[in-house]
Design a protein around this ligand. Structure first.
Ligand code: PLP
Length: 398
């Protein structure tokens, strides 16, 4: 067996199942889950139609690089969204969701034979695929805490020079899961300078970029690079996805864009890995990327929902409207795991303990004392959950 497999940590939901084992929720209350970050708004009909209309294309193997029409839809979207002009032939590639792409990218970038051993730098808390991707690529991980006192900005300044010197890959998650924080231009500038100095690749995970609550859309990694005159996107790869933008997590579709030199190596890796996108999915994906109307409507749904739910919860928890994403990242009194377990037992509402989304590093787990609530269900259900949480917290305070 590959010994690296034994380094993988249980997934947060596996730990949640263990935490909840033996808990019998109040049967009088229907269950509500704010646990899984899976979009629940309906998939637009035109995407479903594009899928079925593509069935005739099944009789041929798709190319790993994707059809020109699909690649053009990526670069058109980058132009519309960020005013960027990327080359569809060399600077974009389709991926079967950003999850597999994050994993595959680490396998492409990391040189496990480096001495001293390579390091992959990850925010903390973080999306667990970063860790698994790094470990299976043969790297060590270094976790950088996000700081509650700085709108959950990742504290890049806290990383020691000897870690940067060994870093080969740095994950950025902006807007962040679970914090919803968007990384500002100054921080990008800092990371680009460090990347130039140490030669590491930046993987910018941007799958929540279209769900935002401020007037300004979130700054993208490629956009930040272009603003700083880095239009070759040296050592930068942005990953994005239709899952949240277009409510199609089951489609498994996204794309990566950036440094043409890395795109070439990534395509090589993907050809052997066998990660070509189904032609049907390619057709539906191009249709989805070419339409913005459904994205605006989807964002409005989240905005109205968050505007109703957040103030309720802010009355009893340390929580505020995030920059973006569909999560509330709330501070609770005492242990986050006790909070999640007791909330389930008494009010049949599932939330995810923050400590499961982070690792203890330098003696601190930056997720401890927080819970993540995914407001993916419809507004009425999220409001019902929020009301139950308010009652739960008030009952705890008595
Ligand atoms: C931060 C982050 N990145 C990537 C993904 C993967 O999304 P997908 O593979 O559906 O594109 C998720 C999914 O929840 C996520 O939260």
């Amino acid at each position: 067996m590959n010994p690296l497999l034994s380094k993988l940590q249980p997934y947060p939901f596996e730990r949640l199942r263990q935490l909840f084992a033996g808990v019998t929720p109040d049967p009088a209350l229907p269950p509500i889950s704010l646990g899984i970050g899976e979009p629940k708004h309906p998939t637009p009909d035109f995407i479903k139609h594009a899928l079925t209309a593509g069935l005739g294309a099944l009789a041929a193997y798709p190319a790993t690089a994707g059809e020109p029409k699909l690649r053009q839809s990526f670069t058109d979207w980058l132009q519309t969204r960020y005013r960027l002009a990327l080359d569809p032939a060399t600077q974009v590639l389709p991926v079967n969701g950003s999850r597999e792409a994050l994993f595959a990218l680490a396998q492409t970038v990391v040189d496990a034979s480096a001495s001293p051993a390579p390091i992959v730098v990850s925010p903390n808390p973080f999306y667990q695929i970063y860790e698994g991707a790094a470990l299976l690529a043969g790297a060590e991980t270094y976790y950088v805490p996000s700081r509650a006192d700085r709108n959950f900005a990742v504290d890049w300044d806290s990383v020691p020079a000897n870690v940067w010197a060994r870093a080969q890959l740095v994950f950025v998650c902006s807007p962040g899961n679970p914090t919803g924080a968007v990384m500002p231009l100054d921080e990008w500038k800092k990371l680009f300078a460090l990347s130039d100095q140490h030669g590491f690749v930046i993987a910018s995970d941007e799958c929540y970029s279209e769900i935002y609550f401020r007037d300004e859309p979130p700054l993208g990694g490629l956009e930040a690079a272009a603003k700083l005159g880095r239009t070759d996107y040296k050592n930068l790869i942005a990953l994005t996805s239709l899952s949240k933008r277009s409510n199609v997590p089951g489609l498994r579709s996204g794309f990566v864009a950036g440094d043409a030199r890395w795109m070439k190596q990534f395509l090589l890796y993907r050809t052997y890995h066998g990660s070509a996108m189904s032609p049907i999915v390619q057709a539906a994906s191009a249709a989805a990327w070419n339409d913005e109307q459904h994205v605006v409507a989807n964002r409005d749904l989240y905005r109205r929902k968050f505007a109703e739910v957040t103030p309720l919860l802010a009355g009893v928890l340390d929580v505020q409207l995030p920059d973006a994403s569909f999560y509330l990242w709330a501070g609770v009194r005492g242990s986050d795991t006790d909070f999640a377990r007791d909330l389930l037992a008494q009010y049949n509402v599932t939330v995810l303990p923050g400590s499961y989304l982070a690792r203890e590093a330098n003696g601190v787990n930056p997720g401890a004392g927080r819970v993540r609530m995914a407001l993916v269900a419809d507004t009425a259900e999220c409001l019902e959950a929020a009301q139950r949480i308010v009652q739960f917290v008030r009952s705890q305070q008595k």
